[in-house]
Design a protein around this ligand. Sequence first.
Ligand SMILES: NC(=O)c1ccc[n+]([C@@H]2O[C@H](COP(=O)([O-])OP(=O)(O)OC[C@H]3O[C@@H](n4cnc5c(N)ncnc54)[C@H](OP(=O)(O)O)[C@@H]3O)[C@@H](O)[C@H]2O)c1
Length: 278
Amino acid sequence: MENSYISYKNYMDSKFLDKYGPWAIVTGASSGIGVEYARQLAAKGLHLVLVARRKQLLDQLATELSEQYKINCKTVEADLSADGFQQDILDATQDLEVGLLVNNAGMNCEGHFYRGSLERNLQMIQLNVKAPFVLAYEYGKQFAGRGKGGIIFTSSISAFNAHPYLSHYAATKAYILSLAESMNYEFKDKNVDVIALCPGMTKSEMTKGMKDGPMLMEAAPVVETVLDNIGKEAYVVPGILNKTQVFLNSRILNRSGATSLSGAILKKMLPGANKKKK
Ligand SMILES: NC(=O)c1ccc[n+]([C@@H]2O[C@H](COP(=O)([O-])OP(=O)(O)OC[C@H]3O[C@@H](n4cnc5c(N)ncnc54)[C@H](OP(=O)(O)O)[C@@H]3O)[C@@H](O)[C@H]2O)c1
């Protein structure tokens, strides 16, 4: 795998390592934004527990990063949408001092609300909502007991207002943003930092096939933004265009105006929103 972008800020960061090391868990580390989290954390000197379903991709990344950055990597094959998924991760980390949890794995469901499959939508609740909550609960308790650590959630800019044609996905991300902001407040006196990353469109498997353009960010600066801001902010929106969009939708327009604007844009953009009713 190509090491595309590691900025000088990411090399061996002893302050970051002291606060959030020695081990970090990254869920959804087999592709997209998760691979970039793994790379940038490895460059900072953290040992990694990489979690996803595609073990072969995790193992390849683990080999590459452990050779390149002289860190240790463990891989855990887990379906985070399955009940009880957390046991394998807890078992794999029971002898490790985990200081950072990156709740990144996620999926989307787009198109008309009533045309998507119920099964896929329920799987999305398990993956986007239940799994990050369960891991934050388990590791948040450990970090609070130890008096240090960090939790990063991957939300989305769609969390800030309603998004017709992406309605259920945006609702899962709104849950995550709300949870992260409240946890950020509650965990402050335990010296545990909590932050939500709220990306707009970012190059990954999720956006494969989307037209390249200024709205589609590379994963590297997206991840760098959150690693620079953990301990400072409760949430962060990477990129000036995404920041402008959030400002417009949450500060300039009222809620129904923001819903209408997002609905009109997504109706044009998403193939699933345009299918004629059968
Ligand atoms: N890309 C964007 O435009 C964008 C924008 C805003 C927010 N986000 C959020 O960013 C996060 C990362 O997504 P991405 O864009 O990097 O997409 P991606 O390339 O599709 O990556 C998704 C990751 O989640 C893992 N995953 C999916 N289902 C899983 C399951 N049931 N159990 C365990 N792992 C599972 C995948 O691994 P396996 O398939 O190997 O299990 C993969 O590693 C998600 O939470 C997404 O909602 C993305």
